[in-house]
Write a protein that binds this ligand. Structure first.
Ligand code: NDP
Length: 449
């Protein structure tokens, strides 16, 4: 057998790469991880973590306003963007250090630099050449901005996390998770927000009714939401950036942020040197066991463009380590993966949408509930919570759960466990509620319709 430097070389120290490296090293294998940027990848540095911190920040204003109904008289409360960004950066540095310790304690060697293949078993990093029996590609993705006149004047979420000042007028382009979340962040922090989406209704792929209701909520929170609109050009003017749309509207803003999807980070890997196939958008196709078309090269996480969520990348890595090093071939299961758009309010979801359920099942029951949560009554806020359970009428299993409302992410996580265990509607009905909560509504819905 060839004499390799490592049993496993991991390219990319994001959520997926770090987990695979650590678990493999803990099994006594020789492992190195190569990373050219900060440890932790997108999620820790320019994704889930800083995003959630900004979401928290943006929710305070709503709390101050609502507190009046509970007897408080808050005055003008100043907000300092620089303090928020500094504190956020400190927290990310803390997490970067934790990742370093986790890897070192597990015996993983960290190699700083950008990797490229020079042969199927060899990687070059700077002037070093490293060889490995197996290689895992976990390099993630990066924001994609279409090209049009003035597209270089737009920023992406990567830069949004490091803005020096809070912009007064923001235009956000896109209708996915990132666009919707940032519209809520800037709006909550009192920027004037316009969101442009090219289709009829944003958040394609989510339950239609929830998409409609979230759009209504965002509009009632003063976000200028414009559908069937796309940008033709961006120009600089004395008053700021002038955005002209395909249908000749103009909007003047201080910042234009594009959140129009992400592409795999494979351009500089020289994958052809290893014979690894890539798809149209640079993604690496893999089989159920995360294996590429080359037998000893694997890929997990966003670079494979399967389901681009941190916990999924981690689960793919856990399955891969079982397959490769624990004599336990394990295919990742993609059913019932919960997720939440951290919009205001949150949109949490697990399982099938009503549209998908109607396509896949002959008989379904749909339970809905819409009500003003207790807190909103004294707060004088009209916004309602909306909850939806979809049941396969033949097996009685709950096959989809959706919620638009405060803390939907926290609530849907628990429901996902029940669905993973195969809970039926009768199990939900037999569960006692916690009163008074919003979540109890999930166990008290009795009439389908
Ligand atoms: P998404 O793929 O979710 O959405 C991209 C959006 O941009 C869609 O609305 C799409 O429209 C639109 N779009 C794509 N191309 C163009 C174009 N050329 N011109 C105009 N609009 C365009 O991407 P995001 O960037 O929002 O997020 C990337 C991924 O990151 C997500 O899919 C998700 O997996 C993950 N993520 C998860 C989060 C969470 O769990 N809370 C948070 C943030 C990100 P259309 O629908 O018409 O194609």
């Amino acid at each position: 057998m060839a004499n390799y430097d490592y049993d496993l070389l991991v390219i990319g120290a994001g959520s997926g790469g770090v987990r695979a490296a650590r678990l493999t090293a803990q099994l006594g294998k020789r492992v190195a991880v190569i990373e050219g940027s900060d440890l932790g990848g997108t999620c820790v540095n320019v994704g889930c973590v800083p995003k959630k911190l900004l979401v928290y920040a943006s929710a305070f204003a709503e709390g101050f306003t609502d507190s009046r109904g509970f007897g408080f008289s808050p005055g003008q409360i100043p907000f300092d963007w620089q303090t928020l960004i500094t504190n956020k950066n400190d927290e990310i540095n803390r997490l970067n250090d934790i990742y370093e310790r986790i890897l070192e304690n597990a015996g993983v060697q960290i190699i700083q630099g950008w990797a490229k293949f020079i042969s199927p078993h060899e990687i070059q990093v700077g002037d070093q050449t490293l060889s490995a029996e197996r290689i895992l590609i976990a390099v993630g993705g990066k924001p994609f901005v279409p090209e049009f006149p003035g597209s270089d004047l737009a920023i992406t979420s990567n830069e949004a996390f490091y803005l020096e000042d809070l912009p007064k007028r923001v235009v956000i382009v896109g209708g996915g998770y990132i666009a919707v979340e940032f519209a809520g962040i800037f709006n909550g922090l009192d920027s004037q927000v316009t969101q442009l989406y090219r289709g009829d209704l944003f958040l394609r792929g989510f339950d239609h009714e929830l998409r409609e209701k979230l759009a209504e909520n965002m509009k009632s929170r003063n976000i200028d939401l414009r559908f069937n609109t796309d940008v033709r050009s961006i120009e600089k003017s004395a008053d700021g950036l002038v955005i002209t749309t395909q249908d000749d509207q103009t909007i003047v803003a201080d910042l234009v942020m594009y959140a129009t999807g992400r592409i795999a980070n494979t351009q500089s890997l020289a994958l052809d040197q290893a014979g690894v196939n890539v798809g149209k958008r640079g993604e690496i196709p893999v089989d159920l066991y995360s294996k590429t078309n080359v037998d000893h090269i694997f890929a997990v996480g966003d670079v494979t463009n399967r389901m681009n969520l941190t916990p999924v990348a981690i689960a793919e890595s856990i399955a891969l380590v079982k397959t490769l090093y624990e004599d336990n071939p394990t295919a990742m299961q993609y059913g019932n993966i919960p997720s939440t758009v951290f919009s205001q309010p949150n949109l949490g979801t697990v399982g099938l949408t009503e549209e998908q359920a109607r396509d896949a099942h002959d008989n379904i029951e749909v339970y809905r509930s819409s009500f003003r949560p207790m807190r909103n009554i004294l707060a004088g806020r009209d916004e309602k919570v909306f909850m939806k359970l979809i049941v396969d009428a033949d097996s009685r299993k709950v096959i989809g759960t959706h919620m638009l409302g405060p803390d939907a992410g926290e609530i849907i996580q628990g429901i996902a466990i029940a669905m993973q265990a195969g809970a039926t509607k009768e199990h939900f009905d037999a569960t006692i509620g916690i009163h008074p909560t919003t979540a109890e509504e999930f166990v008290t819905m009795r009439t389908a319709g």
